[in-house]
Design a protein around this ligand. Sequence first.
Ligand code: ZN
Length: 124
Amino acid sequence: MKSGKQRRAEIMEKRRARIPVKESFDIYAMPTPAGAVMADREILKHNNTYSLLPLFYVDYAFNCRDCGCAQIWTGKQQKWWYEIMQGNINSVAVRCRSCRKTEQQRKKLAREIHLSGLAAKYEH
Ligand SMILES: [Zn+2]
């Protein structure tokens, strides 16, 4: 006569045989699209994220947030932004070049006004 432990082991063995082994899905084994710029994942380590880091960059089409013109953020520009400028991996291009310059000017002016206001407030 079999012990309870042996019977339980047999039952578990049968169950294991019944459950199909899930095919493992390896995102990094997928083919690279044509025209993609390969990413250097060692350099991307500054990103504090649990999500997957990109293997490559592909051209990203978007409309400018301010003027609405159609733009393409190329894979090469993305590599520059994420790897050389150490941009956050979740950030994407939202403005065209001229609108970006305008926005930078606006922010610079706003900062100057804010800081001069603070200086005037605490001057005495
Ligand atoms: Zn624009």
